[in-house]
Design a protein around this ligand. Sequence first.
Ligand code: ZN
Length: 254
Amino acid sequence: MSNPGSKLALTLLAHPDDAEILCAGTLIRLKESGWQIHIATLTPGDCGTMTENRWDISSIRTKEATAAASMIGATYHCLDERDGMVVFDKPTIQKAVDLFRRVAPRLVFTHAAKDYMLDHEQTSLLARSASFLYGAPNISAHPLLPGSHIPHLYYCDPVEAIDPFGNPVTPTTTIDITAQMETKTRMLASHASQREWLRAHHGMDEYLDAMRRHAQLRGTLIDTTYAEAFIQHRGHAYPRNDILAETFPLANSP
Ligand SMILES: [Zn+2]
């Protein structure tokens, strides 16, 4: 049984802005329902630039991620790995486990197991590993908080909702975020360093437009304007009830 009563959600994603693109609408809805939100990234986004050095861009993007998180009263964490170098190894598993130990999440979001870049896939493995093990007393030096059990685990959509071979993925859970779209967009827009270089490169506001197109695509699944989609992990020992579908059973509109 997983953390009865606690309302703590954690996203463990690779890069600053992944949460805003993939699951912020659902995080906003959770916040509105009284959940406490933690947004963690593996890296500070040190390669997300054409002009800055890695230290300056890391500082800029950490501020952007913190500002986005603060819009919904969320806490931002960074595990300080490097872009393009996220690996599933012992030290990084330990970092992820220690983060889970400090937060004791009941609900976890991570990347799709198969996604367009390997930082995402490795992060997915790290989240899966940490979620399974963090409640074992000997796995971390951090104290075991009450409610440290295997959480509900959801995989966000892969980018463009396709696997690396181009096949569309089928979600288990689709959440209406139409009423949250404005706040989600503001959260994503706070990542100004990313928005600006895409805008310069594409000659249009591709950063926000791509997010909006994806939410529209998922909205068609449940006949609403905007949605986010997930696949729930339902392996041995994990809670199998769909806590998101239970919390948000229908579209926002009556
Ligand atoms: Zn990413």
